[in-house]
Design a protein around this ligand. Structure first.
Ligand SMILES: Cc1cc2nc3c(=O)[nH]c(=O)nc-3n(C[C@H](O)[C@H](O)[C@H](O)COP(=O)(O)OP(=O)(O)OC[C@H]3O[C@@H](n4cnc5c(N)ncnc54)[C@H](O)[C@@H]3O)c2cc1C
Length: 435
């Protein structure tokens, strides 16, 4: 890997997401050698992926080169590598570019889509967990309309113009709202020869309300906003099967659609090789103590979505959101240095700053500790918080101008099929164990 030998302890961080970047910044210019590994050479701002999928933002504006983040950091090395497994006995990692030894290991690999074992859904639905998947979804949405323009068959046209989004958490709600805005304001201008009364956006949710983790008032208001935009919501409905055309559910409801978007669940992205008992099987998250140390290990830590810190208050760990990841990353940087200096460690305590979701133009809901508000003010707050959380001045500027353009012109600027979406072939699906 071409990492120089050093007298300093080597900290290896796997993953440059919110948690990995937070700890990397905390270890800047400290007396350690840091090696940061990621399978991508960029950090992704996942909360805005849905805007890439719905042609509001270009992918480059929500991603940031990792090498630029760590530029100028002393004794810091980034390597583009997919980590395959951990050998804790040898204190060594196996990666796509070779082996690497560590003194301290930090697992910050985030999460992956959870299809709850449904192979057909995994095979035919669209997920939205990274930039590649978001671009695939953008291409598919636009390709559907290009095909619909050519189709003389009403049933096929409806399949192409109907969208089913599964999961009414923030991602599903934001995506359904954005698709509805495309239907109402944009697509009819692009495709004047199509009848948009044939287009449906269906949001399917297993629980009895949208945004279940938010307050009653925000959940109710978000539902109202979605209904105003024309989204059909199906509660207490679970998708049981999908063959690429027909979506079956646990009720009598069936949908015909060429696009099923799966926003119904995530699970941890634990790395192979940890001792039995360290990984919670169904959640695929790594069990950690209050210092984010992996249970039963001395020098291995896990932070962010992949880590599960079970406490009396939070028996299923912290919510898989950006704030716990950032806060754990920041604290672990301090704790690692403290432990090397023989000082006492500080136990992690999550400071919940609240949550928010946007449904569309002038429509958002915000839950803060002492205040809850919805509507246009919440929408401005949502935009401000997301803008300020983006990495890099360039990205903030590009996103800001895109949003102003979208607002003033009621338009979205990136309706491009740059790379045609191709479903995976049998061989690729077999490799991913889907068939
Ligand atoms: C569509 C979407 C919308 C979201 N919206 C919100 C929101 O509005 N608010 C909010 O708080 N949270 C939101 N989240 C959740 C939030 O993005 C995550 O909680 C957060 O990204 C977790 O940070 P992390 O560092 O643990 O993982 P990530 O940010 O996922 O980073 C993990 C990193 O590890 C790398 N990696 C993974 N496996 C390997 C490997 N084997 N080898 C090398 N590198 C690897 C990945 O490439 C990635 O860079 C959203 C998530 C999604 C998918």
């Amino acid at each position: 890997m071409n990492i120089p030998e050093s007298d300093l302890p080597r900290v290896v961080i796997i993953g440059a997401g919110f948690a990995g970047i937070a700890i990397a910044k905390g270890l800047k210019n400290k007396n350690v050698q840091v090696v940061l590994l990621d399978k991508n050479n960029y950090h992704t701002f996942q909360p805005l992926l849905y805007q890439v999928s719905t042609a509001s933002l270009e992918p480059d504006s929500i991603a940031f080169p990792i090498r630029k983040i760590i530029k100028g950091f002393k004794d810091f090395y980034f390597r583009l590598a997919d980590v395959k497994s951990i050998n804790s006995g040898k204190k060594e990692l196996e990666t796509s570019i070779g082996k690497l030894s560590y003194d301290y290991l930090v697992i910050a690999t985030g999460s992956q889509t959870n299809f709850f074992g449904n192979k057909n859904v995994a095979k035919f639905s669209m997920a939205m967990k990274d930039l590649t998947q978001s671009l695939d979804l953008r291409s598919l949405v636009l390709e559907n309309f290009e095909e619909a323009v050519l189709s003389k068959n009403k049933q096929r046209r409806e399949e192409l113009m109907n969208f089913v989004v599964v999961g009414a958490g923030p991602t599903g709600v934001e995506l359904a709202g954005a698709l509805a805005e495309m239907k109402n304001n944009i697509l009819p201008k692009d495709y004047p020869d199509l009848d948009f009364s044939e287009m449906e956006i269906n949001l399917v949710e297993g629980a009895g309300k949208v945004l279940e983790a938010m307050s009653e008032v925000s959940s109710a208001k978000a539902q109202k906003f979605l209904e105003e935009l024309g989204v059909n919501i199906y509660f207490k409905t679970f998708v049981s099967d999908y063959d690429g055309v027909t979506v079956s559910t646990n009720t009598d409801v069936k949908f015909k659609t060429a696009t099923l978007i799966w926003a119904a669940g995530v699970m941890g992205a634990a790395v192979n090789g940890l001792a039995e008992g360290c990984v919670i099987e169904r959640a695929n998250r790594v069990k950690v103590d209050v210092y984010n140390r992996v249970v039963g290990e001395k020098d291995i830590f896990a932070i962010g979505d992949v880590a599960c810190m079970q406490t009396d208050d939070l028996p299923r760990g912290h919510p898989m959101m950006a704030q716990p990841a950032i806060q754990q990353g920041k604290l672990l940087a301090k704790n690692l240095i403290a432990s090397m200096e023989g000082k006492e460690l500080i136990a992690f305590k999550y400071h919940d700053k609240g949550s928010m979701a946007t449904i569309g133009r002038n429509k958002a809901v915000v839950d803060l500790k002492r205040m809850k508000f919805q509507g246009i003010f919440a929408w401005f707050i949502w935009m401000f918080v997301h803008l300020m959380s983006l990495v890099g001045f360039r990205n903030r500027t590009v996103v800001f101008f895109n949003w102003v353009y979208n607002y003033v012109r009621s338009d979205k600027g990136t309706r491009l099929i740059v790379r045609s979406f191709k479903r995976k072939n049998k061989k690729e699906l077999e490799a991913e164990k889907f068939v």
